[in-house]
Design a protein around this ligand. Structure first.
Ligand SMILES: [Zn+2]
Ligand SMILES: [Zn+2]
Length: 437
């Protein structure tokens, strides 16, 4: 058993909140989210009666708004972002930089173009569970980090100076910004709020104690501002953002809610129970369930008509929102995927082993595995090759018969399994992996 498999069991133990905080996902700042809403507004409201065939194409208009705000001369590159030495708990793209935070107690900023580390944000004395980069109008961007050292730090992104440090009553598991208010979800079930401009403390809401708050979201209900609080108690509470009055509880998950994404009237939530649920925020109704993950869902990104999910089973999946169909899978990860962001058609993922990578999201190119009884469709040929060698073969085997559609080539010695089979599989990937026969 690999060491990472041991961790999988550990991290999925829903009573072990300390381990599970690992999988907390960062939320986009409100400014970006509101732009997201407008680009999605027609789709979600028409989901039930729109019968037209949805084309799984990714346009720039479907990409989260931060891409649109920033004009960059050079295209982002794909590949690895190095140097973190602990699990990656959060990442966010902001103005040409990829910000990451880690169990190594630091946050970092990387150039999207060169993938070089441009800044290291230090000072936390325990793991950094979450981060947010946000700027008020006419103000330079600030990086906010929440840590198990029970503090939030605010850094200048011009340089790495820590401008402010806030001490809280428990470990900070998630951060969210809306209406110029910074919300922090804590391990003791409370949500603390701060004025974003002054960082003056506003409120402390008791929400899910003694179970931790794993993720936060916000929405509007008429004139009322609504706070969504995801918890280790498997529910999402919908509250008045001013008074914290409990309006309703969104139920259905059987294990920890790890991440959420609000899109108009819907909130999509990923859970340790391996599913994604979509609830109507205002009625509390569970409107759809997305299945097919083999482990906890740690991050959700909605891009127009598709949903991208990150999972502790090391895969990123792309679903068609309306039909629930799984369109594609992306692999290439050496460990559990803890967090994810999508920017300019690049999927950025952070893993438990500290690796961070960017992979091109291409919904127009599919590479299907035609191995007997396998239905995986990859968006990247290298990921299909890795899948074939890892999941349909084993270097320890003495003999392997190729079970690719229409092929029955036999490799009768361990040497041929190790030396000839990978090359043989590669030829299937290159010549025979179209989705349509
Ligand atoms: Zn396969
Ligand atoms: Zn073959």
């Amino acid at each position: 058993m690999e060491p990472s498999d041991l961790v999988v069991i550990h991290i999925d133990e829903s009573d072990n909140e300390d381990a599970q905080t690992a999988a907390v996902q960062q939320e986009l700042p409100q400014k970006s989210v509101s732009v997201d809403f407008s680009s999605l507004s027609t789709q979600t409201s028409q989901q039930n009666d729109d019968e037209s065939k949805v084309q799984p194409t990714l346009k720039y208009a479907d990409v989260p708004s931060e891409c649109v705000e920033v004009v960059e001369d050079e295209e982002p590159s794909v590949g690895d972002f190095l140097n973190h030495t602990g699990p990656i708990h959060g990442l966010q793209v902001h103005e040409g930089l990829l910000y990451t935070c880690s169990g190594d107690n630091t946050a970092r900023a990387y150039s999207l173009v060169t993938r070089e580390c441009q800044a290291v944000f230090e000072g936390h004395t325990n793991k950094v569970n979450c981060l947010l980069v946000s700027s008020l109008p006419n103000m330079p961007a600030h990086l906010y980090t929440g840590s198990s050292d029970q503090t939030i730090r605010c850094y200048s992104t011009k340089g790495t100076k820590c401008l402010e440090q806030i001490t809280l009553s428990d470990r900070v598991l998630c951060l969210h910004i809306a209406w110029n208010i910074l919300y922090a979800g804590l391990a003791n079930g409370s949500v603390a709020s701060y004025d974003l401009k002054t960082l003056k403390h506003l409120d402390l809401f008791e929400c899910h104690g003694p179970r931790g708050v794993s993720c936060l979201g916000t929405a509007q209900e008429g004139a009322r501002r609504v706070l969504l609080v995801g918890s280790y108690d498997s529910t999402i509470s919908v509250r008045d953002a001013k008074s914290s009055l409990l309006l309703r509880s969104l139920e259905g998950h059987t294990k920890t809610v790890l991440c959420m994404k609000v899109v108009n009237d819907l909130v999509f939530s990923g859970s340790s129970d391996t599913s994604v649920h979509a609830h109507n925020i205002h009625t509390g109704e569970l409107v759809r369930i997305y299945k097919g993950h083999n482990h906890a869902v740690t991050s959700i990104v909605i891009l127009g008509k598709v949903m991208v999910t990150a999972c502790l089973d090391k895969l990123v999946r792309v679903y068609e929102l309306q039909s629930h169909d799984r369109l594609q899978v992306y692999g290439g990860h050496s460990d559990m995927v803890m967090c994810m962001a999508v920017h300019k058609s690049v999927v950025y993922t952070g893993c438990y082993d500290g690796t961070v990578q960017g992979v091109k999201l291409n919904l127009l190119k599919n590479y299907r595995c035609w191995w007997h009884n396998c239905t995986m469709i990859f968006g990247n040929p290298e990921h299909l090759s890795q899948h074939l060698v890892k999941d349909h073969s084993n270097p320890d085997l003495q003999a392997v018969k190729c079970r690719w559609r229409g092929c029955s080539t036999f490799f009768g010695t361990q040497q041929s399994v190790q030396e000839k089979l990978p090359e043989h599989m590669q030829s299937h990937v290159e010549t025979d992996s179209e989705v349509q026969p």
